[in-house]
Every structure is written in structure tokens, then in C-alpha cells.
Design a protein around this ligand. Structure first.
Ligand code: PFF
Length: 463
């Protein structure tokens, strides 16, 4: 099969593609928000500790399973234990769901990049601009279809000529853009109407200082859970994506070093995103101005860019281009994972599979893009929030399925195949698996308990 011939050219290609999947809107619109909300430096410390233990465990597991079985989720879990095929199918369903809405978000980002490119950014800072845009029945659909089409084209070109080729230049450029904006943010200063003078450096200090005043046990637990759910969404684990990417890694690649580099890239961009967004928002509206998700990216930030004056048009453009690269490389990984599973299960070739999936997902993206106009409805979700069509898909995939899948996969690896299944693969290239002890303790004991608590919390059972 063509799939068997698919490989990343080497470690660098693999790391940048995997980092491309990991670095997405989660780094840009959720990490800074959580850091500002959850005690600045305190959140950072908790998050970093989790990256090195918990995130590391899940990432190692997915990638090693992929390379060892040379299959995507469905085939991989079946090969690990035939009775656990259901877990493969469940894992496969996560990108299937995510794919319905990711291109819609990509479309929004593209629209904003174009607004800043054409110098129409003043309008974007107006109060109801974003709502006006997404509730239109035409424009968001067109942008979603364009974004979906570009994603499909890249995946159609294959692992090395499509995914790797794109990630290899987009990811370094993204890193530079985020770093440049972060440095600029730190130089900002502003006096608001009430005469309050604020600087970017004060904002940075707020971001980095661990705020432990009045910390209670239950608040700490909340911070821990926030950091944990952010972490595994951010690393794209437990959704089969890293299994698929792992299956394309050549046998001589050092997986230990690759995993460390992917963690470093993803966490580095998250930290820089905080350093670029928190000081900027702080200077112009105080940290109370921080919100999460689309409203941070498409409502608050355009106002911040507008407040920067002329420079804001340029900074805004750099920001939305970076966001576009982040979203595109993530979207590619979602479609690739679905494609690879279909190719293996149905024994079809890449080109036919991608074309068929494109038709399905162009239609699905259009439906979701119309979720704020034609198909508008509101539901209350079990975790207490209210959502529309896109939020429902997001909630099922990220809050319900991902923790549940993680929980089951830690049990499968920890107790059924035993951790040796993963450890042997980590050592198969002849390099030592340095964090082996932590891995075993995490996968057998700590991760299952943490995943269970996270599952109860995000489904609203524990509240
Ligand atoms: N890891 C991405 C982020 O942090 O934004 C999000 C993501 C990418 C989620 C790919 C799911 C996915 F399949």
C-alpha cells in the first residue's frame, strides 16, 4: 500500500510536523487566558510540571504506538489487543468530529488576516464586527470552504511533499512572528482616560509572578484541572493524531529527543503567546480585559491593535498570519489522521480517500459555518456553559471523548500490554529512554487517576 511507503524524511521533518499539529489556537487563545485567570506564574509552574510528567507520558505513548504498529488508531489498537479495537474506533472519531469545525475557525482567522492585509482593520475593532461576520450566511462559509480546500490539497500531496514541506517553513516563521510580537508588546505603554499609566513590562510581571494570595485547596485543584485539560488538547494527544504521525517515523529516529523537542516547541509557543497577549491586553484594558477563545482573538485583540495606532495594523497582520499558520498545520494533522485510518481500513489509495473526505468535509464545514445563522440554536452543556453547533462538537470531542480515551489507553498500556510495549519502541533505535521510571509510574498509577478526575470534572459529574 502507498501508506507503508509514507515517511517523514527524518527527525526534523517529523518534529516540525508534530509541532505543527500541537501548536494551534489552543496556544494562542486559551493558554494566555488560563495563565491570566489562574494566578500567572502559579499556572505556569503547574503547567510546566505537567508537561514534563503527564504530557510527556501521553505523547510518548501515542508516538511509540504509532511507530511500533506502523498503523493509525484503528489498526494500532487492534494490533495491540484485538479486544481493544473499540478504543481505536473511538479515538478515530475524535478527529472525525474536530474536522467538522476546525476549518471554520481557520476561515475566521483567514478572514482577519485579509482584513489586516487590506488595511481595513479599523472596522474589525468595532463592537459588533465579529458577531456580524459569523452570523452572515455567506462570508464565513466561503472562508471555511477555502481553508478546507487548502488543507485537503496539502494532505493530497502526501506526507513528505505535503505535510512536511509545509510545516518545515511555516513553523519556524510562526515562531519568529510570535517572538517579534512578544518583544513589541513589552515595549508598550499607555495612559487610559482615568489617568492610569501602564507598561508592557508590568503586564509581563503580572504574567510571570506566581499569585498565591488566598489560594485554597479547591482553587488549586481547579488550576490543576485547567492546566491538565489545556495540556492534552495542546499536545494533540489522545485523538490518534500523534499515532498517525508516529507511524511515519523511520526506525532510526531518536524518539526521546523528538518528544522533548515537540514539548519544547509547543510549550515555547504557548509561553511566548502569553508574553505577547497578556502585556498588550494589560496595557490597554487591564487584565480584567482578558477573555478566552474566539472573543479574545477576534474581539479583544483587534481593539488592542487599534489602540496601538499605525503600528497596530502591521502587528495585527503579523498576528493573524501566525494564527493562520498555527491553525492550518493543526487542521492538516486532523485530516491526515482521518485519511490514514480510512486508507488502512478500506485499503484505498491516498488521492481517492482525500477527494472523498474533502467532499464530505466541505459540506460539513459549510453546515457548521452556518451554525450562527441558518442553523442557529443554543444548548446548555453539562459543564454549565451555553453553546452553539460548533461548541457542541468541541464539547463532545474535547471534554467528553478525549479524557475518556486517555483513561482507557493508560489502562491498556499500563496493565494489558504492559509499559514494555512502549518502552521497547523508545529504545529500539539504540538510544536510552531516560525518563523510563517516570513513564511507568505515570502510565500505570497517576495518569489513570488524573484522567478519571478530569473526565468527571469536564462532563459536569464532579461540580
Ligand atoms: N493542539 C491544537 C492546539 O493546541 O490548538 C489543537 C488541536 C489540533 C486539537 C489538532 C485537535 C486537533 F486534532
Amino acid at each position: 500500500m502507498e501508506k507503508k511507503a509514507s515517511h517523514f524524511s527524518g527527525q526534523l521533518g517529523f518534529v516540525l510536523a508534530a509541532a505543527g499539529s500541537a501548536v494551534g489556537v489552543g496556544n494562542l487563545w486559551r493558554f494566555p487566558y488560563l495563565a491570566a485567570k489562574d494566578g500567572g506564574g502559579l499556572f505556569l509552574i503547574v503547567y510546566l510540571a505537567l508537561v514534563l510528567t503527564f504530557g510527556f507520558t501521553l505523547l510518548v505513548s501515542d508516538i511509540a504506538i504509532g511507530r511500533r504498529t506502523k498503523q493509525s488508531a484503528v489498526g494500532a489498537y487492534t494490533q495491540m489487543h484485538p479486544r481493544w479495537k473499540f478504543l481505536g474506533v473511538l479515538t478515530f472519531l475524535v478527529p472525525v468530529l474536530i474536522m467538522t469545525y476546525y476549518a471554520v475557525i481557520g476561515g475566521w482567522v483567514t478572514k482577519y488576516a485579509i482584513i489586516y492585509l487590506t488595511g481595513a482593520s479599523e472596522a474589525a475593532a468595532a463592537d459588533n464586527y465579529f458577531t456580524g461576520f459569523i452570523t452572515s450566511p455567506v462570508s464565513p462559509v466561503i472562508y471555511a470552504l477555502i481553508f478546507m480546500g487548502v488543507t485537503a490539497l496539502i494532505v493530497y500531496n502526501g506526507v513528505q511533499d505535503g505535510i512536511e514541506a509545509v510545516s518545515k517553513w511555516m513553523m519556524p516563521v510562526l515562531l519568529v512572528l510570535v517572538a517579534v510580537i512578544a518583544v513589541y508588546s513589552l515595549t508598550l505603554q499607555h495612559t487610559d482616560e482615568s489617568g492610569q499609566f501602564r507598561t508592557g513590562l508590568e503586564g509581563l510581571q503580572y504574567y510571570l509572578t506566581p499569585h498565591v494570595e488566598g489560594l485554597t485547596v479547591s482553587r488549586f485543584l481547579q488550576i490543576l484541572l485547567d492546566a491538565m485539560s489545556q495540556l492534552f488538547f495542546s499536545l494533540s494527544v489522545s485523538m490518534g493524531i500523534m499515532i498517525t504521525y508516529g507511524s511515519y517515523v523511520k526506525p532510526d529516529v531518536n524518539l526521546n529527543r523528538s518528544v522533548s523537542q515537540i514539548e519544547l516547541f509547543d510549550t515555547g509557543v504557548a509561553l511566548l503567546a502569553g508574553a505577547m497577549i497578556i502585556p498588550a491586553v494589560y496595557v490597554f484594558s487591564g487584565v480584567e480585559g482578558m477573555s478566552a477563545g474566539p472573543s479574545l482573538m477576534f474581539v479583544s485583540l483587534p481593539k488592542v491593535f487599534a489602540a496601538m495606532g499605525k503600528a497596530g495594523v502591521f502587528i495585527g497582520l503579523l498576528f493573524f498570519v501566525a494564527a493562520m499558520f498555527a491553525t492550518l498545520t493543526s487542521c492538516i494533522s486532523v485530516l491526515e489522521s482521518i485519511t490514514a485510518n480510512c486508507m488502512e481500513v478500506l485499503h484505498t489509495d491516498r488521492k481517492k480517500t482525500v477527494v472523498t473526505l474533502s467532499v464530505i468535509y466541505l459540506a460539513a464545514s459549510a453546515v457548521i459555518a452556518l451554525g450562527y445563522s441558518l442553523f442557529y440554536f443554543e444548548v446548555s452543556l453539562p459543564n454549565g456553559s451555553t453553546g452553539q453547533l460548533l461548541d457542541v462538537m468541541d464539547y463532545i470531542s474535547n471534554s467528553v471523548m478525549m479524557p475518556f480515551i486517555s483513561l482507557l489507553s493508560t489502562i491498556l498500556i499500563g496493565w494489558v500490554t504492559t509499559p514494555a510495549f512502549v518502552i521497547e519502541e523508545m529504545e529500539s533505535s539504540g538510544h536510552p529512554f531516560r525518563r523510563k521510571k517516570i513513564y511507568v509510574v505515570m502510565i500505570r498509577y497517576i495518569a489513570p487517576v488524573m484522567m478519571f478526575i478530569l473526565f468527571l470534572q469536564s462532563t459536569g459529574i464532579l461540580s
